[in-house]
Ligand binder design. Structure first.
Ligand code: SAH
Length: 251
């Protein structure tokens, strides 16, 4: 069996119990070396074969998996955060489907929620935004033009940007155009939940300068929106005058 496992954002204790158990039982682990903490590998049993996918092609990864399965080994493919977000797992799963090799996918804590926890905020505030947009700026991977950052910013939803901090200048420029103001709060969280985590808070006006000063060019979440700072409405869920299914008649 092959298990795609989300390792979580960094802190090794942020993997799921299911993920940790699979790691402990694995005979072969292929981990995404650039972002998965090596600490996770300490939970692997003696004799477990470990490969770093950073230096492998898609075909090499799938070949290793195929080899493992043919020997009856328990294979774990360890991805950073949650495997379903910028994890490049679909292409692996499609190749496995072609080869009629079975697999499962175990979720993980994504860096976008971890980063929001680090700044101790909530993405979805009443009367501010009830939507979270997960996106990225175009890099080597293209972004459909309908999803250009400027167009998305027009919605004024809470946003989490992956893979974009290197282009912080372009990010800010597009966000200002979309929002039509430059005082929108923004947070850059570098290596959320790692020991060397850094949090930079600012607005669209000053964040580029602050980020450049800190020399942050990778492994950061950019969180944007009025959920970071400013007024909001209390939630109806805990409002004493609002009764619902679980609390009707309490007050
Ligand atoms: N599947 C991962 C994302 C992989 S793409 C997830 O769910 O988090 C890699 C990008 O994720 C990085 O460029 C960065 O934007 C973000 N990222 C991953 N780990 C991070 C962390 N600990 N702190 C901040 N951003 C992180």
């Amino acid at each position: 069996m092959i298990s795609f496992v989300g390792a979580g954002p960094g802190d090794v204790d942020l993997i799921t119990i299911k993920g940790r158990k699979l790691l402990e039982e694995a005979d072969l682990v292929i981990y995404a070396g650039s972002l998965v903490s090596k600490e996770h590998l300490k939970f692997c049993k003696k004799g477990c074969q470990i490969y770093n996918s950073a230096s492998m092609t898609l075909e090499e990864v799938v070949e290793k998996m195929e080899m493992g399965v043919s020997k009856g080994l328990k294979v774990v493919r360890l991805h950073t955060g949650d495997p379903t977000i910028y994890g490049a797992i679909r292409e692996q799963m499609d190749l496995l489907d072609e080869k009629k090799i079975d697999y499962e996918v175990i979720p993980g804590v994504s860096s976008f929620t971890a980063a929001c926890c680090s700044i101790k905020k909530e993405f979805t505030l009443p009367e501010v935004s009830q939507t979270v947009i997960l996106t990225r700026i175009e890099g080597r991977t293209r972004v459909p033009k309908e999803e250009d950052l400027e167009r998305l910013a027009v919605h004024k939803a809470s946003m989490a940007l992956f893979l974009s901090v290197r282009e912080i200048g372009t990010v800010v420029e597009k966000l200002i155009k979309g929002y039509e103001r430059d005082d929108v709060p923004i947070a850059v969280v570098y290596k959320a939940t790692w020991e060397d985590e850094k949090i930079i808070l600012g607005t669209l006006k000053d964040i580029e300068e602050k980020v450049k000063k800190e020399g942050i060019t990778k492994t950061a979440q950019i969180l944007v929106g009025d959920f970071i700072e400013g007024k909001y409405e209390r939630s109806k869920l805990y409002d004493p005058s609002f009764s619902h299914e679980y609390r009707s008649g309490i007050e």
